[in-house]
Design a binder for this molecule. Structure first.
Ligand code: CMP
Length: 139
C-alpha cells in the first residue's frame, strides 16, 4: 500500500557547502510538509547499519565513511505520492545525469557526494524514518 511519507538526509557535502536552507526551501516549495527534522552526525557503525542493504557493494566502505564524515540533516516529509515525487525532485543518483532544476543537479558534487538522500520505497521510507526518529519526534 502506498503511504504519503518519505525520508531524506541532506548529506555531509551539502551541509558543509552551506546548502541546508536552500534545500529545505526547495523541498517545502515543492509541497512537502516537514514531519520531523534534525541535525545530527552518524557514527561509522550508524552508517553501516543504515546502509546494510548495500553491504556487498564495492562502494559500501566509502559510502559509510563519507556519511559519517560530518553533520547531516535528516527529515521525514509528507506529501501525496511522497516517495516517487521526492525522487523526481532530487534527480538521478549521479548528478552528472540529473535533470535541470533537481536538487542533485543544483547542489551535488559527485556520485558519492550527491547532496541528498531519498527513500526508494514506502517500506524503506518507514524503516529509515524509524531509524532516525523516535515516535515522539514524528509530527
Ligand atoms: P543514495 O541513493 O542516497 O544511497 C546510496 C548511495 O550510495 C547513493 O546515494 C550514492 O551516493 C552512493 N553510491 C551509489 N553508487 C555509487 C558508486 N558507484 N560509488 C560511490 N558511491 C555510490
Amino acid at each position: 500500500m502506498k503511504t504519503n511519507r518519505t525520508f531524506t538526509m541532506i548529506k555531509p557535502d551539502a551541509v558543509e557547502n552551506g546548502h541546508i536552507g536552500a534545500i529545505l526551501e526547495k523541498i517545502t516549495a515543492a509541497g512537502f510538509r516537514i514531519v520531523s527534522l534534525k541535525m545530527t552526525q552518524l557514527t561509522v557503525a550508524d552508517a553501516e547499519a543504515f546502509y546494510a542493504v548495500h553491504s556487498e557493494r564495492p562502494f559500501y566502505g566509502e559510502l559509510c565513511e563519507f556519511m559519517s564524515s560530518g553533520p547531516i540533516v535528516s527529515a521525514i516529509l509528507e506529501k501525496e505520492n511522497a516517495v516517487e515525487d521526492f525522487r523526481t525532485l532530487i534527480g538521478s543518483t549521479n548528478p552528472a545525469e540529473a535533470a535541470e532544476g533537481t536538487l542533485r543537479k543544483l547542489f551535488a558534487e559527485s556520485l558519492s557526494k550527491n547532496a541528498v538522500h531519498g527513500s526508494d520505497s514506502d517500506e524503506n521510507a518507514e524503516i529509515e524514518s524509524n531509524f532516525h526518529f523516535a515516535g515522539r519526534e514524528q509530527f
